[in-house]
Design a protein around this ligand. Structure first.
Ligand SMILES: [Zn+2]
Length: 287
């Protein structure tokens, strides 16, 4: 899948093609009956027939502007001890090979951007070199929102970060001198800019892309499942502040409805557009 938007190209690497969590578990306020009311527009584009549930991915977006090659979110990673999650634990996935198939070796990545520092967004920041965790991308600057880093640094230091992902996937980048703490409205280059979208985590950011032929946005985990476009009050079980997350989500949906802005969330099975329908909203797939 390569999308062109003006002078910028977008690709993705799917690391894991399915969520470990059924939608009713991921979105605790949802019910099978309430979900079923949306099946007509969710199927088939956003549906996974194999599990009879909404589709979900863990994936990395690749953005190539005329100046910068950027990775947005880096999945779970290989070889990491995640004993609570069989699919994540000591993975031996082909993510690096798939990145190469998309035309990128590790040394060609200029910027790594994590929308937030959850375990499924930081994994490939580092790889095991036989002795220790080292940055996977030797030339890259890794941009972390300062507020996000400060929060998770404290959570990790006080034993409240449950996976160990700060220790094995973020701290080694900081210690290697490749981390750059940035403000929530940082401009990466003339095409890419961060925007605050807090709620899922304290320093969550989205990434805005502006090109001569239109706009796109990478909202990370502002939404986890496509149905949240229509039910923005449903926050995920992993939201740090579910009320703030819902307010951010509602604002996001309103702002982008019928805007023509391409929306590429971290976990949706495909990108698309927010459209108004009646009093509510839907998501339609990008062609
Ligand atoms: Zn996530």
């Amino acid at each position: 899948m390569t999308l062109a938007l003006g002078e910028v190209t977008l690709d993705r690497v799917v690391e894991i093609g399915r969520s470990a969590y059924p939608t009713t578990s991921m979105l605790p306020d949802s019910t099978p009956e309430a979900l079923a009311r949306h099946h007509a527009w969710l199927k088939p584009d956003f549906w996974d027939d194999a599990v009879g549930d909404l589709g979900a991915r863990i994936q990395t977006w690749i953005v190539r502007t005329p100046r910068t090659t950027v990775l947005i979110d880096t999945g779970v990673g290989n070889g990491k001890a995640r004993p609570d999650s069989p699919v994540w634990h000591m993975r031996e996935g082909a993510w690096l090979e798939d990145l190469a198939a998309a035309g990128l070796g590790p040394e060609q990545v200029d910027v790594v951007l994590c929308t937030h520092l959850h375990v499924d967004h930081v994994g490939w920041n580092t790889r095991w070199d036989g002795a220790r965790w080292v940055p996977t991308f030797p030339r890259a600057r890794y941009l972390f929102a300062g507020e996000e880093w400060e929060f998770w640094k404290w959570e990790a230091a006080s034993g409240r970060e449950p996976y160990g992902c700060i220790a094995d996937s973020v701290v080694p980048v900081v210690e290697a001198g490749q981390a750059e703490l940035v403000g929530a409205t940082h401009a990466v280059d003339p095409w890419l800019t961060l925007e605050s979208s807090r709620g899922h985590t304290p320093g969550h950011v989205s990434v805005r892309l502006r090109t001569r032929d239109g706009e796109a946005v990478f909202p990370g985990d502002v939404m986890h499942r496509t149905v949240q476009v229509a039910e923005p009050q449903w926050s995920s079980r992993f939201c740090w502040d579910p009320r703030a997350a819902a307010a951010t989500r509602r604002e996001f949906v309103e702002r982008h409805a019928d805007s023509g802005v391409l929306v590429l969330p971290a976990h949706f099975p495909r990108p698309g557009y927010v459209v108004r329908e009646g009093a509510g909203h839907r998501f339609v797939p990008a062609a």
